[in-house]
Design a protein around this ligand. Structure first.
Ligand SMILES: C[N+](C)(C)CCCC[C@H](N)C(=O)O
Ligand SMILES: O=C(O)CCC(=O)C(=O)O
Length: 445
């Protein structure tokens, strides 16, 4: 609905006129719309300079009318706290300079008006303080009501064994290309699928280490930084044997399990077996939730203790020691964010209520049956030249038993290092403001 700019003209807000900040038809219809029961808000249209939103200050909030049906309400206190002028916010470090706790809880603007660049608000203070909030930022961060889908897993593509017909893959050249476009493609595949193969990798630990470092610094653990291992029990873990390893996620004994795990099989001679198992934990969890909601709920609320205690000098356990559930969720969106499952590394199930015991075992039995189904299991034989990266918060991995001499190398990357790199690449390659550098209004802040 187009409105003349005259009807949107703000005028100074005095206590008397505070609740009638605007005149003209737009205000009436906008206010009537605001009073109407809020139907599901439609994301507002692009704000153009000749069609500015309606702005109204009422009590402890400022209301922004995007169109006749969509309003957002922002607390004055919240707006003042989020001022990003150079006095309130460090434009280089992107850190708050303002002392939040000096803002009066009942702060009220002396003036508020729509401008082509955003919502302009003047605050009472000994020296005049003016804040300007870009319309796009206000739309993105509207919380009353939320106008945009919160950052969510919408772009996750779950898979079963059929992915083997078209596994996400990039070439080593793409991954190593200095312009980072290939790196962005690689990490986008990991973000969507939880796995990505890399073909054409020189079959050396050196090249594999450099490949790993393209994502971020390697996460050092008790197994070292870059690992190059075989079945010699060099470390007190069954990975350093010829035994089969059931589908698992690594580091359940850490408070914060690694984010990515890269594997590159350098050689396997004088024997057979040792193929790699990959299972999309998000895919299996979605089936469990659909077909066995009670089991899903049990796995989502029962903490599972774990340990790595194969070295005399080490006892790793998560904090708190009770551990974390198999299925972990975003407390805001409720979406599944992390699978933690390693039945070998699981410690004694203590602190359980007696009635829980059998239902928990029933739940993990169903979970295991789905994990090990032909529909879920993606078996692939790695070999020199083809590495695979696995998102350890989502995809479970394992291997079949083997004979002979088998040499595997790889590395862990922290989940925050991975997410930071992806965010930077996304900012650079998918934002039309990348050239201008990171704004204090970046969606990431
Ligand atoms: C990857 N690397 C061979 C270094 C270590 C393997 C550790 C496996 C451990 N049981 C876990 O699940 O975390
Ligand atoms: O040896 C392999 O193929 C995988 C070993 C493994 O599962 C691990 O290191 O976590």
């Amino acid at each position: 609905m187009r409105r003349s700019s005259a009807s949107l003209r703000a005028f100074p807000i005095s206590p008397v006129s505070r609740s009638t900040a605007y005149r003209g038809l737009a205000t009436h219809s906008a206010r009537a719309a605001a009073a109407a029961v809020q139907t599901k808000p439609t994301p507002p249209t692009e704000v153009t300079s000749d069609d500015l939103p309606v702005v109204s200050v009422a009590g402890r909030k400022i209301a922004v009318g995007w169109d006749s049906r969509t309003w957002s309400r922002f607390h004055n206190l919240w707006l003042r706290d989020h001022c990003r002028c150079s006095a309130c916010y460090h434009s280089i470090t992107k850190q708050r300079l303002l002392n939040t706790f000096e803002i009066p809880p009942d702060i009220t603007p002396t003036h508020a008006e729509p401008t082509p660049d955003g919502l302009k608000v003047s605050w009472p203070s000994s020296e005049p303080h003016v804040s300007l909030y870009p319309w796009s930022w206000l739309q993105q961060h509207s919380y009353d009501p939320p106008l945009h889908q919160r950052e969510s897993q919408l772009d996750k593509i779950t898979w079963g064994s059929k992915i083997q017909s078209s596994s996400p893959t990039i070439t080593y050249e793409e991954a190593m290309a200095a312009d980072d476009r290939g790196l962005y493609k690689w990490l986008s595949h990991v973000d969507h699928f939880g796995i990505c193969f890399i073909s054409g990798v020189p079959p050396t630990p050196e090249a594999t280490e450099e490949l790993s470092k393209r994502i971020g610094f390697i996460r050092e653990t008790q197994y070292g930084k870059f690992w190059d291992f075989t079945s010699d029990l060099a470390k007190g873990d069954t990975a350093y044997t010829t035994l089969a390893l059931d589908a698992h996620t690594d580091n359940t004994y850490f408070t914060d399990p690694c984010g990515l795990q890269l594997f590159h099989l350098l050689s396997h001679t004088e024997g057979t077996g040792g193929s790699t198992l990959l299972v999309d934990g998000f895919y299996v969890a979605s089936i469990l939730k659909e077909l066995h909601p009670d089991a899903y709920s049990i796995l989502a609320r029962t903490p599972v203790p774990a340990h790595a205690a194969g070295e005399e000098s080490e006892i790793y356990k998560p904090y708190p020691p009770s551990g974390y559930p198999v299925l972990n969720h975003d407390p805001v969106t409720g979406e599944l964010t992390q699978v933690r499952w390693n039945n070998s590394d699981r410690s004694t199930m203590k602190n359980m209520d007696p009635y829980q015991v059998e239902e928990w075992y029933d739940a993990i039995r169903i979970w295991n049956k789905l994990l090990t189904s032909a529909d879920s299991e993606y078996w692939v034989q790695l070999g020199p030249g083809t590495a695979v990266i696995v998102h350890n918060h989502r995809v479970l991995h394992g291997r079949s038993a083997f004979t002979g001499k088998r040499r595997m190398c790889g590395a862990y990357i922290g989940v925050d290092e991975y997410r930071s790199k992806l965010a930077v690449l996304r900012e650079r390659f998918s934002s039309d403001t990348a050239e201008a550098g990171r704004s204090v209004w970046s969606p990431s802040l």
